[in-house]
Design a protein around this ligand. Sequence first.
Ligand code: N01
Length: 541
Amino acid sequence: MGSIQEPTEELDVLLVGAGFGSFTLMNRLRKQGLKVKIYEKGAASGGIWYWNCYPGARVDSDTPIYQLFDKDLWEDFTFKERYAGGPELRRYFEYIEKKWDLKKDITYNKHVDGATFDEKIHKWTVDTSDGAEVICKWFIPCIGFASKKFTPPFKGLSDFRGDVYHTAIWPQHGINFKGKRVAQVGTGASGIQCIQEIGPKAKHLTIYQRTPNYCLPMNQRKLDPEEEERKKKDGTYEKNFAKTYTTFAGFLYDFLEKNTFDDTPEEREKLFERLMVEEGGFRFWLNTYKDMLYDQKANDEAYNFWKKTVRKRIADPKKQELLAPDQPPHPWGTKRPSLEQNFYEVVSMDHVDIIDVNTDKIIEITEKGIRTESGIVEVDILVLATGFDSVTGSLAQLNIQGTTGGTIADHWASGTKTAMGIAIAEFPNMFFLYGPQAPTAFSNGPSCTAVQADWVEKTIKDLESQKITRFEAKAGTEDEWARRMKEEWDASLFPLAKSWYQGANIPGRRVEPLNWAGGIPAYIKTLDDSIANDYQGWNII
Ligand code: N01
């Protein structure tokens, strides 16, 4: 609680977080005549693109689908690169704010601490960091899957006398690495992008790697504005956005209709070459044989091609084995692959070292650097690219109390439970976007939020028109969704990787499927069915 007490504000809808999800919903719910506001803890919009402003931050989804699908937005904004960088994405959010006149209803630097549902009036009372209270009928956190950073509990971290930066709360003013000795822990999506930028600038870079990242070539390129204009006019953009509703991950491509061994080795090689090297991006992951993520032998074919291709770019045999090991530590694609531009060239530089923390464990951080079993490396700057308490951490960290008085963390104490990845039993009149048990991490972000926003918009409209005041998922709806989540998960190879997809990155955390692995079309059908069957899975008052 802060010191200034402000008067209580009454809203129809409070959205938390200023990103794709809340912007979409604010625009649509305003049109229903509802009084809507966004509270954002940062000083500007963009969500992850605001906070994670580390060097080289760039999206791994390609244009045009990494944006909101509304024509009035895309007709006047053209991205400059196939994969937009952080600064361009921030400009894009500013553009939406202006175009939709959102700013007057966004309060920045306002952190939602918690909320309580009032059973008498069927409304939420929301507490914020400045001591102000807001009462709202519909409470919709749109805080993504990565708003709680994770720092490993390294012994001695606070003793380090140099500078420590976590990729998830990077200083807005940027950091100069020129001539510095740098240590970086973590080689996930954030880590790979940092290494590409920091490596060439630093005097020396030591990378502490636990698991090699199965990186794919991004094949970045500038977009031709004239060609984009043509695609806007000839209906290509509209066709593309419509397609995202029909593919597994909301991209413009999908798994092939054939299995790995339907092709001859020569055909397979040719296909892999095209997907990974010629076309690039996630095609080698999501536009490949349909059994790749389900059958170990099929997966081995993908891994071996990937290893062979990557090794050609690394001269040092030791680095080859560290970055693309002979034996895969987990099946191909069961952890999030990163898109890289020159990662393998940067890590091949003489002043860049890789320490495998599995065989040379980190013992402690000292005043001067990192001590592993083999000795100490003294550094000026320590970069922690160690990720997030992903997917559930964002919501569970807030003191949101449901009808039984327990928080979301309490509700999930014996396992994450949601109704279709969009609501929680005992938390009436609350929805969330891009969080647990939705296509979230297995989707293009704007595709997932578009699908969920469609459902929330329709549902609120239905309920408002019927003067419904209380809408809550039944426990059975959660149980059924948990069953389907597990069924999809267990059929795949995903359980075989120690990934944040299943919470395995957080020491001591329950390992469980956190993302819907059944694809966007099946997810849409589930959402649509719940409306078509008159919300039978919900208690309505
Ligand atoms: O986080 P991560 P991230 N000792 O959890 C390592 C999205 N995103 O911020 O793999 C040593 O992936 C950990 O090792 P391991 C995207 O969905 C998107 O990079 O668990 N190492 C891993 O290497 C992405 O996937 C974009 O064995 C330790 C790293 O730290 C997600 O956010 C950009 C350790 C953490 O990687 C998360 O990405 C950025 C320890 N004790 C983020 N603990 C784009 O679209 C952890 N690690 C480009």
